[in-house]
Design a protein around this ligand. Structure first.
Ligand SMILES: NC(=O)c1ccc[n+]([C@@H]2O[C@H](COP(=O)([O-])OP(=O)(O)OC[C@H]3O[C@@H](n4cnc5c(N)ncnc54)[C@H](OP(=O)(O)O)[C@@H]3O)[C@@H](O)[C@H]2O)c1
Length: 316
């Protein structure tokens, strides 16, 4: 019987390598999952570059795999709720450690949900973290209503492409900051106005947005504030980078929304699937790479001009 599996590991030369590691076995509360498709995200490429040293050391104590948070796959063990053979999606708790860039992973049952037959593995994997992030922003931090105005900066990326769709489905008009090359694609997602970042400023005199979403987290509440409506909100994907903004926002009627999505729940994953079923969240896939081409996938993630998510096909 095979006791090892394929997994990705960061090599000392700053690239990813395919290695054989022991197949993990599930402890209490965990499901043994055959991973079908995963996605690449920011923390994965930072780990490849040698980042997150102390955390990576800690993650290695629970298994050798140190990249991959989100996945679509098939349950190969029974839990209280999930049964063998169920097709599932999941988002591994960030503090529990990435682990799904491998043929198999043991994932907390609380971090996954069953998906319907009409949602294929690639679409499902493409939705997970960035779809959940868009929901967190637009259903928990600031739900929009018909006629309100939203500006999504970085609208062609993973978070941005889902945020545009969700804001539009709530009836808001959606301004989008993206490259001119991606303007048509972002419009097809529902953006009502495009501001190409090469040729136009993000903000215009007279702007009054109910919500500004800064996906690349390169800007600030201070810059956004004059263009926010009275009860408007600025949300950055890296609130730790704009601590001054939170202090400043506390002194005005304008808000800075704190986004920090370290984990998920079955209910949140169900909501993601529900919104997909309603047509409010269409999966956005820039490219799908074989596990053997992980470096190309990671490189693509770091390339400007993407349209949505970069996926890794783990098994066929
Ligand atoms: N706080 C949380 O809980 C949370 C949750 C999820 C994600 N995140 C973070 O959110 C960030 C975005 O993730 P993602 O997967 O959406 O990344 P992504 O797919 O790389 O998207 C980033 C987008 O920002 C755009 N961009 C970069 N520089 C820009 C600039 N100067 N002006 C305008 N747009 C610019 C990019 O456009 P071009 O490609 O055209 O340059 C791209 O469309 C990551 O840092 C991730 O770690 C945080």
């Amino acid at each position: 019987m095979t006791t090892t599996m394929r997994a990705l590991a960061p090599a000392p030369d700053g690239r990813m390598q395919l290695v054989q590691v022991p197949i993990p076995s599930p402890g209490p509360g965990r499901i043994f999952v055959e991973v079908k498709v995963s996605a690449v995200n920011e923390m994965d490429v930072q780990v490849r570059a040698g980042g997150w040293g102390p955390q990576v050391k800690r993650f290695r104590k629970t298994g050798p795999v140190v990249t991959g948070f989100e996945f679509a796959g098939v349950a190969r063990s029974d839990g209280a709720r999930i049964k063998v053979g169920d097709r599932v999606i999941g988002y591994v708790h960030v503090l529990d450690g990435p682990r799904v860039h491998a043929d198999f992973a043991c994932v907390a049952e609380a971090d996954m949900q069953v998906i319907p037959p009409d949602l294929n593995d690639e679409d499902a994997a493409a939705l997970v973290v960035m779809g959940l992030t868009a929901i967190e922003i637009l259903e928990r931090l600031k739900r929009l209503s018909v006629g309100q105005r939203c500006l999504v900066i970085g609208a062609a990326g993973g978070v941005g492409a889902y945020a545009v769709q969700l804001a539009r489905s709530q009836g808001a008009s959606v301004g989008a900051v993206c490259s001119s090359a991606n303007a048509g694609w972002v419009e097809s997602l529902g953006a009502t106005e495009i501001r190409p970042y090469e040729s136009e400023p993000r903000y215009r005199p007279g702007d009054r947005f109910d919500l500004v979403i800064d996906c690349p987290a390169k800007f600030s509440f201070r810059e956004a504030a004059p263009c926010l409506a009275k009860d408007g909100m600025y949300v950055t994907t890296n609130p730790l980078a704009d601590a001054a903004g939170f202090a400043r926002a506390a002194l005005t009627s304008r808000k800075a929304g704190y986004l920090m999505m370290l984990t998920t729940t079955p209910a949140k994953l169900s909501r993601l699937v529900e919104l997909h079923g309603q047509g409010a969240l269409r999966p956005v896939i820039d490219g799908v790479f074989d596990m053997e081409d992980a470096d190309a996938a990671f490189d693509r993630f770091e390339t400007r001009g993407k349209q949505g998510r970069v996926l890794l096909k783990i098994s066929s």
